[in-house]
Design a protein around this ligand. Sequence first.
Ligand code: NAD
Length: 483
Amino acid sequence: MDVQPKASHFVNGAPMEDAAGEAIPLIYPATGERLGQVHAATEAVVEAALASAKAAQTGWAAMTGTERGRVLTRAAQIIRERNRALSELETMDTGKPISETLVADAASGADCLEYFGGMAATLTGETVELGGDFAYTIREPLGVCAAIGAWNYPMQIACWKAAPALACGNAMVFKPSEETPLSALKLAEILVEAGAPAGVFNVIQGAAEVGAALITDARVAKVSLTGSVPTGRKVYAAAAEGLKHATMELGGKSPLIIFEDADIEDAVSAAINANFYSTGQVCSNGTRVFVHRDLSAAFLDRLTERTARAVIGDPMDEATHIGPMASERQLSIVLGYIEKGRSEGARLVLGGKALPGPGWFIEPTIFADVTDEMTIAREEIFGPVMSVLGFDSEEEVIARANATEFGLAAGVFTRDLARAHRVIRALEAGTCWINQYNLTPIEMPFGGVKASGIGRENARAAMEAYSQPKAVYVGLTPVEAPF
Ligand code: NAD
């Protein structure tokens, strides 16, 4: 498959190239093969992208919500029609198996564009009666938004940021991760095809320096990042310096709590989805699996038996469950954590090894007898490494689940409804599941608390995050003055 894009960037409604920018190789994680390259944005490209977004934004905001929504809905239709090709591209870029990308990447992006396409016309203010006088509010877009993506869900992240921003009448400059530059370019093309005016959605490539150049520019009103906590701290600080709006979707080390009365098959399925989907490269993964001691042995038996059946291999084969890690660097980070797990005394019950190359494959790995102070229970690994920890009481597990700087997600498995809701209320996490894990429908707000982030994506919350109220007091009564 030829993945080489026409040009590195998409600015002002058209592909744009500037070969003076540093080369970024396109590497297929399943083989390590170099498939092409793009160039990082030079200062001239950054300037062109911001200038085109600034110029396009006012006209876009002046259109009705219905008109803007129609563009987004059309884009959703085009994405669905091209789902196969877009999914193959995403697999080439990330290494994620096609069995996943066909249903979870461009498809989720289409859901998002459709949802916010429908919601665009519902962006309204309110009237406030003031006893004679009254006030009203206008929900206004923020202006130009800079958005920066991670490499695990490139198309989904681009859509989750672009759709609500554009629905509200903002323009956007999007910088994908330098590891996965391709699908955002497709989204930009599709939006133009769907009728978006030139400049409303621009894509530029590059690493940290290009991201930093965007967020410090005076024309940018809002910054939205999906990335790690250390990057989040830097980007949030830069946004604060410029007094810009910010949404931070960051990392996690989320707890999945399985009580003794849980349905064991469902709990095992959830633990598998919460650790091995996308080869474990999911921010909301439930990587600390707390299992009640009464259930531990049965749970581990069933989990290892089912995980041992996972098909690892060619991500383009629809029968494959687990593809390679997205990059060689990520593979070596994960292997380092597996070594730490072993040396700190966790019991390896499955996996633990990289597969012989080519490609950056690794076995799904399960550690049991993990304790809270072990590195693998404290740090985000971002790979297929599950830590199983035992617990005895509800109170104890809540305290241990919350004893982390992260707070992205959490899950609880129990048949006791009162306990389920009680525990969820006590957990410090932004996105939670009861008897389910890692489903993130567009209708549900998504995001973290504590170090896992600021603000929410998806649902109506995202419309609020990409707009602000202007309050207007209307005097209908005589103006009183002291003299
Ligand atoms: P990363 O933090 O290394 O990079 C994220 C993005 O930020 C990249 O595009 C990178 O080029 C850019 N960047 C890096 N330094 C920057 C700087 N100083 N200024 C501006 N931009 C900068 O993260 P990653 O390795 O691409 O992705 C993995 C991380 O993302 C994990 O921690 C994961 O949990 C997190 N993540 C979070 C969510 C979520 O929604 N909460 C979703 C996916 C991934």
